[in-house]
Write a protein that binds this ligand. Structure first.
Ligand SMILES: CC(C)(COP(=O)(O)OP(=O)(O)OC[C@H]1O[C@@H](n2cnc3c(N)ncnc32)[C@H](O)[C@@H]1OP(=O)(O)O)[C@@H](O)C(=O)NCCC(=O)NCCS
Length: 141
């Protein structure tokens, strides 16, 4: 399956509407409010139809991530997480402890996130880019 990943900041209002529709197919409860400053990673098929999204606040908090039911089980969430990781040095998130929340938490862990806390309801995870070791230059004056 061909897929295209895109990153947006300052998403236009009409695209936000599309995002809201997809969000409704992934989550029950209150509709999520996407803010203008959020960084949005989207994965689309060759016709440009969106299959999934991930939103990150300017402070590196992964706020919302969903893949449309018919495209699940193909590793799309992990691809979007890795895409966001290229843009930030630190990220954090939390997931519910229900079935999809667990799948989501595993995907974050597979991408390098660590559990920082577990409550009865949520998993809290974070990731920090490893600092590169400076090479010691031997023998120079
Ligand atoms: C959680 C979610 C984002 C995972 O997205 P995804 O791209 O399907 O994730 P993956 O492809 O890695 O699938 C993870 C596992 O789920 C299973 N799976 C989930 N849905 C599946 C489906 N419809 N068909 C087959 N396998 C499925 C697979 O076993 C897969 O494990 P594997 O990679 O070891 O085979 C997606 O299920 C979702 O949008 N859920 C609703 C919203 C939500 O709860 N988001 C998380 C908020 S905390």
């Amino acid at each position: 399956m061909t897929r295209f990943l895109s990153i947006y900041s300052d998403l236009p209002d009409e695209d936000k509407e599309t995002l809201r529709v997809i969000d409704r197919s992934c989550f029950i409860g209150e509709p999520h409010v996407f803010h203008r400053q959020d960084l949005i990673v989207m994965v689309a098929d060759e016709e440009g139809s969106i299959m999934g999204f991930l939103s990150v606040t300017t402070k590196g908090f992964v706020e919302r991530t969903g893949v449309l039911p018919k495209f699940r089980g193909r590793g799309l969430q992990r691809e979007m997480i890795r895409c966001a990781m290229k843009r930030f040095n630190k990220l954090r998130t939390y997931t519910r402890r229900d079935t999809d929340g667990r799948i989501s938490a595993w995907n974050f862990v597979e991408c390098g996130f660590k559990y920082v806390r577990k409550s009865d309801e949520f998993f809290y995870l974070s990731w920090k880019r490893a600092r590169r070791r400076r090479k010691k230059i031997k023998g120079t004056v």
